[in-house]
Design a protein around this ligand. Sequence first.
Ligand SMILES: Cc1cc2nc3c(=O)[nH]c(=O)nc-3n(C[C@H](O)[C@H](O)[C@H](O)COP(=O)(O)OP(=O)(O)OC[C@H]3O[C@@H](n4cnc5c(N)ncnc54)[C@H](O)[C@@H]3O)c2cc1C
Length: 537
Amino acid sequence: MDTLAPDLRTMVRTPLHDSHVAAMRKAGTRRAFAPGEMLTTLGAPQAEFLYVEDGEVEAVDPDGRRYGTATIGPTQFLGEISFLNNGAVMLANRAVTAGRVLAVPRAAMLRLMSEIPEMSDIIVSVFAGRRRRLIESNRASLTLIGAERSREIRAIAAFLSRNRIPYSSVEPDSPEADALAAACALESHAPAVIFGDHKVIDDPTPRKVARLLGIDLPLDDTEIHDVLIVGGGPAGIAAAVYAGAEGLSALVIEDLTIGGQAGTSSRIENYMGFPTGISGADLCWRGEVQAMKFGTRFAVPRRATALARDPDGLFRVMLDDGAQVCARAIVVATGVQYRKLPLDRLSEFEGNGIYYAATDVEARYCRNTDVVVIGGGNSAGQAAMFLSRSAHHVHVLIRGDSLAESMSSYLSSRLDADPKITLHRMTEVTALHGETALDAVTIRDKASAQDWLLRTGAVFVMVGAAPNTGWLSGLVALDGKGFVRTGPEVGGRSTYETSQPGIFAVGDVRSGSVKRVASGVGEGSVAISAVWAHVNG
Ligand SMILES: Cc1cc2nc3c(=O)[nH]c(=O)nc-3n(C[C@H](O)[C@H](O)[C@H](O)COP(=O)(O)OP(=O)(O)OC[C@H]3O[C@@H](n4cnc5c(N)ncnc54)[C@H](O)[C@@H]3O)c2cc1C
């Protein structure tokens, strides 16, 4: 499968050209550093791009040791991908020798990068490679203890890995966990989240962690954006790329994970340009990096809860933490979310046996065990195929007696051919069992009206989806199922404009759209020309 971000150990390094350095010199200032001086500090905002002109610099672990073996020297630069989105420093840098950096303020550097594409390519490749290295090394500044045991820590692990934020994971009974517990005065074997070498995050949540890393962005309600894109799935990301490329000031608000539903797909095989498939998360990360490179910012996890139009025509989106953001235009790209099953104790086991996505994170928790996938659509089929690689056995439960109408035939044939997958027709789960975590389910065979018990710690619920339109506050026309209507039929001035001028809808949330990655990407891209006309009209 195709992946973004080169492996730094094998990557051929291209230095910035003399003309790039000359441009940076005009925009920045020179600064000397002394041996041992910290050039960047863990958790601080990345306000400047630092290009090393002289001397030697090392990246350091939270515990102060050198990260890896290499150092950064003349013609190299500091930082990683979070620089583009104004995130916090994820790995500090310390001077090994005396030397000098060229410091370019972040906004000026982003401007230069958009003006000089070759320079941008060199920087983005290295930044992305460094992020990949951080993710793969399991030596990040954020340490999670006990993701296997604690639902809260597990939710943070899922949030971090889906948003490609590096973290280290240690077992609660390991020597590393004991050492951390002693250093941080923590109860030993207790689940915890630690930032740096000893900052313990109390009552940790994805939001608290995001705040610490600067990825939820400080939002200013007096700033007027050209366009606010609500939803960071493929449709929203495509809109974000085009908005940035067209020079619009754009902000993406995402509730959970950049990548949306596609981010949970382990392998997308029908997206043009990737003949050997690409993981949805990778595809969306490429788009996110591309959009950030053009200046679009992403705020996550932030949920839009309401929408209003001010008398002056500006839109105001209310967020779940009470913040507000203003924009001249809105792109609704909030997609759909999986339906839940009407089962007792469902919420008790969500994240602790009941899952709505099958990614590497969930696969890790059900290695060599029996798992259940409920649903007969393509996403259920893909999940079953993916899980069968690591699970002992996958039981797919469908209500009807055939997959013919609901699943692509290539996928249902693969399911049939896989000895580790069993399809149970005319079945449904009727009860969930377990003390603190799910350990079994009762399954009813509807044809014989017989119940049976299956020992399992993981049930993947994939039973159709409903549009995320509750936050639109009645401002735009919806169809009978709650999807957003667009186009001339409802008074829209273009295909993707809704009944409210200045509000556009793209992707799965749009009534009548084809629910696929490529169509969402196409709609998000195309809609921006109408957004541009509205903003500049
Ligand atoms: C497991 C799986 C496999 C799939 N495989 C394929 C495939 O192989 N090929 C293919 O073409 N399609 C596939 N699909 C379908 C494809 O992923 C979707 O059609 C596509 O993701 C839709 O994109 P979207 O941007 O419109 O919406 P979504 O992907 O649903 O993204 C919407 C985003 O909006 C966010 N959001 C929702 N409400 C709010 C709010 N109030 N405030 C802020 N943010 C909000 C959500 O968190 C989400 O991230 C698959 C889907 C799944 C689930």
